[in-house]
Design a protein around this ligand. Sequence first.
Ligand SMILES: O=C(O)c1cccc(C(=O)CC[C@H]2O[C@@H](n3cnc4c(=O)[nH]cnc43)[C@H](O)[C@@H]2O)c1
Length: 212
Amino acid sequence: MKIIVAAATSFEIQPTINTSVNSNVQFLVTGIGMLATAVSITQLVLQQQPSIIIQAGIAGTFNTNLPLGKVVAINSETIGDLGVQENDRWKDVFDLKLIDANSAPFTNKQLLNPYLAQLNPLGLEEVPAITVNEISTNQQRISQLRATYNPTIESMEGAALHYICNSFHVPYIQLRSISNYIGERDKNKWQMQQAITNLNEALKAMLQQLLS
Ligand SMILES: O=C(O)c1cccc(C(=O)CC[C@H]2O[C@@H](n3cnc4c(=O)[nH]cnc43)[C@H](O)[C@@H]2O)c1
């Protein structure tokens, strides 16, 4: 059994790295964003054939009813900014007929996680996410993303994990701990430290379950 814990930055998973003693668990820092994550995870999959990849990170949420610090599992990903903004209307690559909405690894435009039923031993709430290159701050754009994709979570890496693992048939789970509400630019209103603490508690509990 080879479990890889992947994160965009080391500080997001440092508490788990610090206490890890099991040689079946390895850590991968991919870098921020879809591109760096895609290269890093593809290289890992081809060179190491992992049994399971767990991506862990902080994220923003569109749902102001969710408390900051809550840890969720992502059941579907959508690339939120692959398309064109035309006359204030958003058309993604599927609307533009550049990619078929059901061509692998997509299902109805989404990158669904088919492994979640087996890989969510903690029973974390399962929610949909979008991945973007540019963190959403503009209220009009935020409303547009909500109306188009109805996402709960926004990150900058998740879709890369789903795309690659669905393509190479590698079991995976994406854990996100909510550090901020989407569009909030005042860092004093983020709860990055609490989000990281909760993320690592969930991560350690999950590793214990998966390794038992
Ligand atoms: O704006 C800043 O100065 C700033 C300083 C430190 C960190 C950030 C981030 O936005 C972290 C990006 C990192 O965390 C994920 N993340 C967290 N919140 C969001 C969000 O609202 N939208 C998209 N991604 C978010 C992301 O996956 C990155 O890995 C900013």
